[in-house]
Design a binder for this molecule. Structure first.
Ligand code: NAD
Length: 267
């Protein structure tokens, strides 16, 4: 272990993953953070999936604990922060990775009201509420690093208005929190993944449109400028590792695309 997060306490909300062939963003971050010496609270509403992540970490000799919570509810967010604080006495890193889409989302003229409320609640309100509960602890410690997993869809796209708006809100949440807490040494940054080869994206989309995972993969790969290939959850995890570490000590309020050049391409 190279110890880029040695001795740090990290919470990852959404540290389980959807079923599928590859690894999800939250699980990859949990495993990578533990490899670098962090103790990780693996939070998910799906406890079995969080337990699976913890088992992967334990197998490599790392340290982690599972915790079940629904972060779309304030009580769930409060319980997550209280658990980490009582278990380890401090919280150095909070990653808001929980994110959902689909289920009635669509372009603005078609999206369903219930889908809009559900997606905004789960993706955006949850991140704000975990931040609300962790800020007093990080301020008292004199520092901390918060990382919001947004999406390139926060900047472009037009077929899933609720998802896009929720992630755009996450970007502004990031800069707002960065500004309000800079004098206290609390940093807040966002990672904006582009097209990634994760189970939620590949198996989720394939099931949603009635296609095969290989057809979805091929179509997504063709849209990526860099090498014509999607990124993986490890690409998201390495960006988050940097932002979580002291190497990013002078970086706050940044919205970092991890997208193989998609944000740079116009037309
Ligand atoms: P994933 O579905 O594998 O992981 C998300 C986890 O969050 C799941 O384990 C799920 O059980 C958990 N979760 C959902 N609702 C919850 C709730 N209310 N409370 C607690 N846990 C809850 O997804 P992933 O593909 O790894 O994506 C993770 C993040 O990355 C999401 O925020 C997503 O929007 C973002 N992202 C993904 C891609 C991509 O291409 N995969 C691209 C851009 C952004």
């Amino acid at each position: 272990m190279s110890g880029r997060l040695q001795g740090k306490i990290a919470i990852i909300a959404g540290a389980g993953q959807s079923a599928g062939e590859t690894i999800g963003n939250g699980r990859a971050m949990a495993v990578l953070f533990a490899r670098h010496g962090a103790q990780v609270l693996c939070v998910d509403r799906d406890l079995a999936s969080a337990v699976e992540t913890v088992a992967m970490i334990a197998e490599e000799g790392g340290s982690a604990a599972p915790f079940q919570a629904d972060v779309s509810r304030d009580a769930g967010c409060a319980a997550v922060i209280a658990e980490a604080k009582s278990r380890w006495g401090r919280i150095d890193i909070l990653v808001n990775n929980v994110g959902i889409g689909g289920g009635g989302d669509g372009p603005a003229h078609r999206a369903a009201e219930q889908a809009f409320d559900r997606i905004l609640n789960v993706n955006l309100k949850s991140a704000w509420m975990t931040i609300k509960h962790v800020i007093p602890i990080m301020r008292e410690q004199g520092g901390g690093s918060i990382i919001n997993i947004s999406s390139l869809a926060s900047l472009s796209g037009s077929n899933q208005v609720a998802y896009e708006v929720s992630k755009a809100g996450m970007n502004r949440l990031t800069t707002s929190v960065a500004n309000a807490n800079a004098s206290h040494g609390v940093r807040c940054n966002a990672v904006l993944p582009g097209l990634m080869d994760t189970p939620m994206a590949i198996s989720g989309i394939a099931a949603g449109i009635g296609s095969t995972t290989s057809a979805v993969r091929e179509a997504r790969n063709a849209r990526v400028p860099l090498r014509g290939k999607m990124g993986t959850a490890w690409d998201t995890a390495h960006a988050a590792l940097f932002l979580a570490s002291d190497e990013a000590n002078f970086i706050t309020g940044v919205l970092l695309p991890v997208d193989g050049g998609m944000a740079a391409r116009v037309g």
